[in-house]
Design a protein around this ligand. Sequence first.
Ligand SMILES: [Zn+2]
Length: 115
Amino acid sequence: MHEYSIVQSLLDIIEEHVHKHKAKSVRKVVVKVGVLSGVEPHLLQIAFDTFKEGTVCDQAILDMHIQPIIARCRSCGEKNEYAKDQIFFECQKCGNVDLEILEGEDMLLMSLEME
Ligand SMILES: [Zn+2]
């Protein structure tokens, strides 16, 4: 599962932050998981718990913020929100299907609580 490689690169990034701030360990890792990112939150949790052992994140908790899809209608400009991935998106105001996805496609590290 690709969550394993995602967590490994996440831990690399976190390790860099910890060194840069001369911190000892991480208490909390806050990530944003877009519903279109292809990342399964429960698999991400399992991967995190598996790989954090022996790293600076050993005692850290993973706080996931699920980011819904935000898409702007190219016709009327309405910003639509969709809670989950679906086959077909249409503007909730005018029914147009030409939408620009603004949010929900990526997974990002948002913040770290270090000590
Ligand atoms: Zn519209």
